[in-house]
Design a protein around this ligand. Structure first.
Ligand code: AKB
Length: 355
């Protein structure tokens, strides 16, 4: 074991059929919200094993029965952890986001693809050993899409899962590769083994739009201008937006994003016609986000200083996603539209947070 392991917070025996729940990227934006949910659902009944590069604190630490510091790109670390816990379910959130990935493409490849492959193999071997399917939940992204130009983006309009499949970022490529890898581990892994058994990785993935949380500000993404604008206004800080006012992609709130992953995880396999689903909630331009922020924070100081490379990334993503397959197959429907997101969730929560 090369990475640091923090002391287990407590120990809970896993049941034979369900096993421990492994959450990677547990200290990230979605990790926090998901751990809270998993603890609410399973706390005291199943082990919740979390991994992050940094030590977890507060609610995230309390929600984990065991938390480990280390990188998913460190295969030895992941294997050592798997030998200590009977992993029955994986929520693999750890990733370098799109802007970070462009700053260090090789690191992104190693974390986002090689790390994911280690975890998929772990899940496949766990399924084989336990004789039960191992659910593997994987957040993919709008960055998995790619259009050549702004004109092509406008022409593409609302994009379904099978369109515009030429991502321009390392992160987008990585996510797409893992989607395919998930399909491989679920359907074909060890094709030549006579005794490969019937228990598999049950790989399920969602292509998320930009996500806005009231609790955290993202780091290293390119959809960050949405949440950054809101959090800056709530703190009375000036904000210079790195994309043009007309930049448009879809967004959703963090509670809706977690709800979507949880609902997909709970859906009967027989209802699912795909392994990877779009979800979305609203698709404002940066100027519309600004106007909405000003409705609640009229003195907000927001200006625009587009950064060409980051603008190019946003221009390559669809302006909106077609999530009709998710709506049809597993009843997806966001709680927060654009107005509700700000009025009922974001603004009250950031006001409480920053005072
Ligand atoms: C990013 O901006 O990289 C992420 C994403 C859209 O997946 N937030």
């Amino acid at each position: 074991m090369t990475s640091t392991m923090t002391e287990p917070k407590s120990t809970t025996r896993s049941t034979a059929t369900t096993g421990a729940i492994l959450v990677t990227g547990a200290g990230g934006e979605m990790g926090h919200a998901l751990l809270k949910h998993l603890h609410g659902q399973w706390g005291g009944q199943r082990e919740i094993v979390s991994i992050d590069l940094r030590e977890l604190h507060g609610e995230a630490a309390a929600a984990s029965t065991h938390s480990y510091c280390g990188s998913v790109a460190d295969a030895e670390f992941v294997q050592a952890l798997a030998s200590k816990h009977d992993i029955g379910e994986v929520w693999h959130l750890a990733a370098l986001l799109s802007s970070s990935g462009e700053r260090n493409p090789e690191l992104a490849l190693s974390v986002n693809v090689m790390g994911s492959c280690t975890l998929l193999k772990l899940a496949a071997e766990s399924a084989r050993r336990r004789g039960h399917d191992v659910p593997f939940m994987f957040p993919s992204t709008i960055a998995a899409y790619g259009v050549e130009s702004l004109a092509a983006k406008v022409a593409a309009g609302v994009v379904s899962e099978d369109e515009c499949g030429d991502p321009i970022t390392m992160y987008g490529l990585n996510k797409r590769a893992v989607e395919e890898m998930g399909r491989y581990y679920m359907r074909h892994y060890r094709l030549l083994d006579a005794d490969r058994g019937t228990a598999r990785v049950d790989f399920r993935s969602i292509r998320f739009p930009g996500i806005i949380s009231a609790d955290t500000v993202p780091m290293g993404g390119t959809s960050d201008y949405g949440p950054e604008m809101l959090h800056a206004a709530a703190q009375g800080k000036p904000y210079s937006c790195f994309v043009r006012p007309d930049a448009q992609i879809s967004f959703m709130t963090m509670p809706d994003a977690v709800r979507a992953l949880v609902h997909l995880a709970q859906a009967p396999r027989s209802r699912l016609s795909r392994q990877v689903y779009n979800v979305t909630a609203f698709a404002p331009t940066a100027a519309q986000i600004e106007a909405k922020v000003r409705e609640f924070f009229p003195r907000a100081e927001i200006s625009y200083a587009p950064v060409e490379a980051r603008q190019r990334i946003v221009d390559s993503w669809p302006m909106d996603l077609d999530d009709s397959a998710a709506r049809r197959d597993w009843g997806w429907s966001p709680v927060h539209g654009f107005d509700e997101a700000f009025r009922d969730y974001l603004v009250p929560a950031v006001r409480a947070r920053y005072g």
